[in-house]
Design a protein around this ligand. Structure first.
Ligand code: NAP
Length: 298
């Protein structure tokens, strides 16, 4: 349980509601900032303006998945209040206060460096990334169905990258009956792709492996689907780029060639916000419990 632990939950989208639910269940004391337009009232949590919160008792600040923007502003879909996480606010918290965010940026890194607080990036964790791959794959299937006029079954699909997302994408499309080939650069990945019953190829041979593909799904956050690669694809190929912005595709060239190329960020929050929220909530609950127990022992 998190009884008595004062947590400030700042901003977010539907995913954050699952976090709030979980923390209330664990008996934490919650200050909700940026939720004034949320109809749903949470018993045991108070909606507050940023200026009303007593940060001197706050042991954890929970930011939404994107964290802040480069000016420190935190987005929320539940309020028009402009919320900026400043150095002054963080300096008011106890020294042990930890900031939890999905990802970080230059602003957040500087903020924690200047204030000496700890930042936990949830999406850097393997467990979160692997659980999150599940709704990502479901969103990818949705997009492929929406943007093609053929079945996935018996289609030719190239998956680029065998990381946490790439492995789940490749396995699931194969299970749906697609002929899946996977591009990677490490020999151990090539071996794993072979072991999975799929067709491996080295990424430096990418151009010669796309000449007959129906769908190309990129998971590599690096310019990989270049104009040279796109020029070898059939004109009716669909490119779905899952890599974080700006993706790994030359979108300008794809458009010029008349090939449909779609950057598809944030699929878990779009197709399954409840599940995506629960993934974050479960890991957060575990981390907060460990943090609280660690402090009791010291
Ligand atoms: P990951 O486990 O780190 O996998 C990344 C893959 O890219 C690895 O196979 C890695 O291979 C490869 N790679 C990286 N740089 C490369 C380069 N320069 N050349 C060739 N291969 C390279 O990451 P992940 O968790 O699977 O996530 C993949 C991407 O999807 C990330 O950008 C992530 O932010 C994004 N994502 C998007 C969504 C969405 O909704 N669209 C959801 C979740 C994640 P090596 O092992 O050889 O380095």
């Amino acid at each position: 349980m998190l009884t008595g632990l004062h947590i400030a939950v700042i901003g977010g989208d539907a995913r954050q509601l699952e976090v709030i639910r979980k923390l209330i269940e664990l008996d934490a004391k919650l200050s909700l900032i940026g939720f004034d337009q949320l109809d749903h009232g949470f018993t045991g949590a108070s909606k507050e303006q940023l200026s009303e919160v007593d940060f001197t008792t706050v042991s954890a600040i929970i930011l939404p998945v994107p964290g802040t923007n480069l000016e420190g502003q935190v987005d929320t879909i539940f309020s028009n209040e402009k919320i900026v996480l400043t150095e002054e606010i963080v300096n008011n918290t106890p020294k042990h206060c930890t900031i939890y965010s999905g990802i970080t940026n230059a602003y957040l890194n500087q903020l924690v460096a200047d204030t000496g607080r700890k930042l936990v990036q949830l999406f850097e964790r393997d467990d979160v990334a692997i659980y999150n791959a599940i709704p990502t794959v479901e969103g990818t299937i949705m997009m492929v169905i929406q943007h093609t006029d053929i079945t996935i079954h018996n289609s030719k699909v190239a998956v680029l990258g065998l990381g946490r997302v790439g492995m789940s994408v490749a396995r699931t499309f194969s299970a749906l009956g697609a002929n899946v080939r996977v591009g990677a650069r490490k020999s151990e990945h090539i071996a794993r792709i072979f072991e999975m019953g799929l067709t491996p190829f080295y990424l430096d041979e990418l151009p010669s492996n796309v000449s007959d593909v129906d769908v190309c799904i990129n998971t590599i956050p690096h310019q990989i689907v270049t104009s040279d690669v796109i020029s070898k694809m059939p004109v009716n190929t669909l490119i779905i780029d899952l890599a974080s912005k700006p993706g790994g595709t030359d979108f300008r060239y794809a458009e010029k060639r008349g090939i449909k190329a779609l950057l598809a960020p944030g699929l878990p929050g779009i197709v399954a916000p409840k599940t995506a929220g629960q993934i974050v909530a479960n890991v957060l609950a575990q981390l907060l419990k460990e943090e609280m127990e660690g402090r009791k022992e010291n």
